[in-house]
Write a protein that binds this ligand. Structure first.
Ligand code: LMR
Length: 329
């Protein structure tokens, strides 16, 4: 009797071990909306490469750029439904899950990308990575693109130059109010549809960092780009909480250490990549670049700064204050 119980236990153990050995790799589909040659696109490919080198056989990463798997309209729902396992949406796209991340959209709040990075290292920012936990959204890291520039069919030197123009925006109430504050209108349009909307004239302007302007060839449909640096475009690398926490501990620890390495590289190289894209656009000669004088920049700042107060209740005065103190001014 004892012998047969022992044999049965042994057989089960061996069967389990052989299933474990033959276990299919964990597949991580990483979907995003931009081109490969952007900070996010490069980050996704670097993550794929390092996972393949260090966890090959155990984890397989598939990267889907340019909205080829999911786009702005459906990627967050797809993540929550488990159809995709990693995304890095811009922080302007989380409005329905948390209001606090809109701090990153407040115009002229951060002096530059370095200030944004300093804020992301602080306690308040780290807390925001967990702000969507009840929606099954698990924040893993902040990735940055760059400072946003205004582009339009006419030269924008001062805020009144934008009056009457319609701008393509991401789905952020702060960004909507930002264009309202300068007498312009705005339309929420998916990133993948922006080029066409600018080309067919349904909107006349947009705001993008240089890398998105260049990789989407937006300079070919916008006559002017104002170097406004009025805000920044930042991402959160996210997974589905149930999926991420179901990954065996040893593997998860290694994945998180790869993410740390990739995030460091993405954030370190973002500025240089954007500068390269700026040079490409300047050399291309399609758009005329508009440089602001200090007084002109101050006029944009004065027009948009009241939004910090408007959105204080939604975002939290403590979060805005924590962001302000990372600036030098
Ligand atoms: C946008 O929609 O403009 C950006 O969020 C796109 C991106 O992911 O860089």
């Amino acid at each position: 009797m004892l012998k047969s119980v022992f044999t049965a236990v042994l057989a089960t153990t061996l069967a389990f071990a052989s299933t474990a050995n033959a276990r299919e790799p964990i597949v991580i589909k990483f979907s995003h909306v931009v081109a490969d040659d952007t900070p996010k696109g490069r980050g996704a490919l670097m993550f794929q490469k390092l996972v393949d080198e260090r966890l090959g056989g155990q984890v397989k990463v598939e990267v889907y750029p340019n909205s080829t798997l999911f786009g702005d309209a459906d990627e967050l729902e797809a993540l929550r439904a488990g159809k995709v396992q990693l995304l890095a949406p811009s922080l302007s796209k989380f409005d329905q899950y948390t209001k606090q991340l809109q701090v990153f959209d407040l115009p002229f709040l951060f002096d530059d990308l370095e200030a944004v990075k300093r804020f992301q290292k602080r306690e308040k920012s780290r807390e925001l990575l967990r702000s969507m936990a009840k929606h099954d959204i698990y924040g893993l890291a902040y990735w940055n693109n760059g400072m946003k520039q205004l582009s339009a069919t006419r030269a924008l030197h001062v805020p009144t130059d934008a009056q009457g123009l319609a701008f393509r925006i991401q789905p952020s109430p702060v960004i909507e109010a930002q264009f309202g504050a300068i007498g312009a209108t705005s339309k929420k349009i998916a990133f993948g549809d922006m080029y066409q909307a600018l080309q067919n004239g349904s909107v006349q302007g947009a705001e993008n960092p240089w890398s998105n302007l260049a990789s989407q060839r937006l300079d070919t449909v916008q006559s002017f780009i104002t170097e406004s640096n009025h805000g920044s475009l930042n991402y959160m690398l996210i997974s589905n909480t149930k999926f991420w926490t179901s990954i065996p501990y040893q593997v998860r620890v290694q994945l998180e250490s790869i993410i740390e390495e990739v995030s460091f590289a993405v954030n370190q190289e973002a500025e240089a990549l954007n500068q390269k894209s700026r040079e490409q656009i300047a050399a291309g000669g399609h758009s005329k670049l508009v440089t602001l004088t200090e007084a002109e920049r101050e006029a944009w700042r004065a027009a948009m700064r009241p939004l910090w107060k408007t959105f204080e209740a939604d975002i939290g005065a403590d979060v805005i204050r924590a962001a302000q103190i990372v600036n030098r001014r």
